[in-house]
Design a protein around this ligand. Structure first.
Ligand code: 8YV
Length: 317
């Protein structure tokens, strides 16, 4: 018996229903902690999403065998607590790499070229006509892109930027990256986050979230970014100190930001909302039909393998 905490695209739901006795939780809001704790006690498996927070307390008395996360990022789950409770945790890597990288590029271009601001002006009937100094943005083509977190998604963004926009790519990753992966996009490694921030015209975040990367971008680090730089975050909201970012968008040095993720989703810091130079998206990284189906299929594959007594392909705990 499997509980899926949200409705999935129909194809993925049908595949799940063919394999398991599955309940899809109805409703557009995240499940309450009480309901999640209850699910962990009454179902054999739970398939949560990013907005279901499976904190340590919820694993006390849990009898489920596996949590199959619908998403690659799994900092919504206390994996240590799951492990202690003897519960396997899996995720869905790979299938959403392209879509997330596409969205990072969309945010980068929108923020650089002031698309949100421009559209708001036009729709408000405030556009007075073409003029040479109107809505001047920042030019991505040929600029330097700094990638922080050079894994699957970071590398996919680097490919797009390097091959499509002739950008020079520099990166920092806390873990070793195979030289061939960097060479494929002509990427040069930098020794620290600071080194990337001092040199890059555009900075895009592709680390995990969680305590390890909380406020990876803070006031001190924003202060050393290049004047006119653009920050993009499609990773996790907690990676950026939103209050400090709002201040930097107001006072500099950076010119703009494109954000798909927020510290307290679905709440967005009002100080960010107030900034015209922030392009804000409601966590759309993986939001295309084929990708959302593929995420469901991957979550299902992990469950099937586990209950067939095989090693699940994407175990994280
Ligand atoms: C999902 C994501 O929308 O996979 C991730 O880590 O952030 C997004 O692709 C979300 O996680 C769904 O649970």
């Amino acid at each position: 018996r499997v509980l899926v905490t949200r409705r999935w695209p129909a194809d993925a739901e049908a595949a799940m229903a063919a394999a398991f006795d599955v309940t899809f939780n109805e409703g557009d809001v995240a499940m309450s902690p009480q309901a999640l704790a209850e699910a962990l006690r009454s179902f054999d498996a739970v398939a949560p999403t990013v907005s279901d927070r499976l904190t340590a307390d919820l694993f006390e008395g849990a009898t489920a065998k596996i949590v199959s996360n619908y998403g690659v990022g799994y900092t919504n789950i206390d994996t240590e607590a799951a492990k202690k409770a003897g519960i396997t945790v899996t995720n869905t890597p790979g299938v959403l790499t392209d879509c997330t990288a596409d969205l990072a590029m969309a945010l980068m271009l929108s923020a650089a070229r002031r698309l949100g601001e421009g559209e708001r002006e036009l729709r408000a009937g405030k556009w007075t006509g073409w003029r040479p100094t109107h809505m001047i943005g920042v030019k991505p083509t040929g600029a330097t892109l700094g990638v922080i977190g050079f894994g699957r998604i970071g590398q996919a963004v680097a490919r797009r930027a390097h091959h499509g926009f002739a950008m020079k790519v520099i990166y920092f990753d806390a873990y070793p990256i195979p030289a061939e992966a960097a060479a494929a996009v002509g990427a040069e490694q930098r020794a620290s986050v600071e080194d990337v921030l001092r040199e890059a015209d555009f900075v895009t975040l592709h680390t995990t979230g969680g305590a390890e990367n909380r406020h990876l971008i803070n006031a001190e680090r924003l202060a050393i970014m290049k004047p006119g730089a653009v920050l993009v975050n499609t990773a996790r909201g907690e990676c950026v100190d939103e209050a400090a970012l709002a201040q930097a968008l107001k006072d500099g040095p950076i010119a703009a930001a494109g954000l798909d993720v927020f510290e307290e989703e679905p709440k967005v810091n009002p100080a960010l909302m107030a900034m015209e130079n922030a392009v804000l998206a409601p966590h759309l990284g993986s939001a295309t039909h084929s990708t959302r189906v593929a995420m469901g299929m991957t979550a299902l594959e992990n469950l099937k393998a586990f209950f067939d007594g095989r090693e699940p392909p994407n175990r994280v705990a």
